[in-house]
Design a protein around this ligand. Sequence first.
Ligand code: FE2
Length: 502
Amino acid sequence: MTPPHTVMPPPDTRRILIVEDEPALREAYAEALGMQGHAVLTAANGEDALLVLEGNAVDLVLSDLKMPRMGGEEMLREITLRGLSPAVIFLTGYGTIESAVNCLKLGAADYLLKPFDMHQLFKKIALALASDSRLPKRGSRVQEIEAFSERLRGQKDSSEVFKALLVQVKRTLTPTAMALFSCSGQAGALTPLFLWGHSFRECSRTRSWLLEKVALAVGQSGSMVLGPQLGKRAEDLREGLSLGSAAVVSIVGMRGVYGVLALARGPEAAPFTREDLRMLNVYTGHAAPFVESILSRQRFRGIRAEVVTSYAQAVEAKDIYTRGHSERVGGYAALLGRALGVTGRDLAILRTAGILHDIGKIGIPDGILNKPSGLTNEEFEIMKRHPVVGRDIISRVSSLEAIVPLVYHHHEWFNGQGYPTGSRGEDIPFLARILSVVDGFEALTSVRSYHEAMTVPQVKQTLLEGANRQWDPAVVKAWVSLLRDDALPDISEFKNTPIDLH
Ligand SMILES: [Fe+2]
């Protein structure tokens, strides 16, 4: 509930932020504008003003130009880069009029020369609030950055992100040559990904100069502009290397440097400015997190593939009769799944589950696993625990969550007489029903501690006899129709296919 002494501003009240380092002036402006019916916020410099703007909807900023910590011009650039939308009016003395004019070019709504009377100020404010003429200029830059971000969002490969960055930079900053290096490994080794323009592609001296600058940029994780304004270094540049100016910027993410981008313009073109460099930093700053997340996703997938392989190896190391069993069941499951119309991620889930389905055997004593004769009832009860143990192991690995139901249900029977839950028919997950058929096929066609290998026609017969009882008849039918004569199905196409559940 609103306290009774608080006066709520009328609904059409405009919010004005006064940015002025001189406290007496700040208060005087605040009082005058408050009396005009505006809601007033204050800040003592550009830096504080940005904090206020990030947290409040402000219609207009009234700002001094010369202030400690951050002046008006830098504040305006930040307002633009951050996509904030207030109109900005600068209050300026004769000493800073050039800077005020510059601010107009950067998108300020207006400026007012000191000393001024309050009526002039009110008039400027009213005009600025009524006019939207400054918006398209700033809006188009912001829109361009937003559109660039949107393009990056759709990319799945870091090289595609780099390509989008190059297209954007080429269009906005019109270089005559560009080079992009990717940066990887702890030593930060640079790999040229892209060289464009005569001066970088064909001139080896320019290229070695570039590499020196690039190495420096990587070392400093920063950026630089080289050009006429930098004196002798620029002279070297122009005379020795036929470049007018250059800009080099690192592509820096949270966890390191991912690349370096270098641009050059010829001597006849306008040199790069600090503003160009700032824009370059905005674009690379937008691209870096995308590169970072793509690379870490790829790394994560690599780790996941290693986990799967080492789990499968752990089972096979324990169970001497099942060498290669996991990989074969994975391949068969993928083959049969595909024939039954399973695609994409489901197919990857099926193959991975095929490789890992017996992971729970890690928890079964060796004496039972490798027993040459039949198991006693008691031993069989212990053996039957492996799908449950498997489920418990796999469910601790969040990235493998999707295969848990397959691992858990791979010994269910279609008639409900399997284990561990006794589920029947279509209550058993479809992918688990597929896995069950190829697991049975693989076991029967291999030498086990308790039986010799059967021929493919013999196994076909066994599967058909077990349809409707142990296995889903439709799945058995599909598998049998895939089998040719006495040969085991060819799964070589899956041998080097990475495991990817993404
Ligand atoms: Fe099993």
